[in-house]
Write a protein that binds this ligand. Structure first.
Ligand SMILES: [Zn+2]
Ligand SMILES: [Zn+2]
Length: 149
């Protein structure tokens, strides 16, 4: 069941999802994201595209301390795609599980595609649009940042 709470921000009340469950393709790795995502983005950088085998990758950013490993933590391996970036994946099925950047040590970016339940969360902007694949077209009105935001 999808859980949510109401949050009051700038005198606006809105609904955010909490305790979101996510898992890899084989199901051995299961995590729970306790708190609402802090922000959402689509990344178009070449490294995310290659690592996920996708035209772009939708991420939710959360605090590392809000991620609870329910099972399979020992199955998680990580690939250092650059000096600063680590990408966690399931060693059995290859699903990408998180993106970690040393510049933001208390945060993790979780691919929205591994969430187990379809909630109405939606990315808020695009990043690294300068490296977008030629064959991929952005068909929304969200802000586009050429590099990072
Ligand atoms: Zn797996
Ligand atoms: Zn990226």
């Amino acid at each position: 069941m999808i859980e949510w709470v109401f949050v009051l921000s700038a005198s606006r009340l809105f609904k955010v999802y909490i305790n979101m469950k996510a898992s890899c393709l084989c199901g051995l790795v299961q995590i729970e994201i306790k708190s609402p995502f802090i922000s959402f983005s689509y990344c178009h950088c070449g490294q995310c595209r290659k690592s996920h085998g996708a035209g772009s990758v939708a991420y939710g950013t959360c605090l590392k301390s809000d991620v609870e490993w329910l099972s399979g933590k020992k199955k998680v391996r990580c690939f250092e795609s650059s000096e600063k970036v680590k990408r966690g994946f399931c060693k059995e099925c290859g699903s990408n599980l998180y993106y970690y950047n040393k510049d933001y040590p208390s945060h993790l970016d979780i691919p929205l595609a591994i969430l187990d339940e379809a909630s109405k969360i939606q990315p808020e902007y695009h990043i690294h649009v300068a490296s977008k694949a030629e064959w991929y077209s952005i068909n929304d009105d969200l802000p586009q940042h050429l590099f990072e935001h």
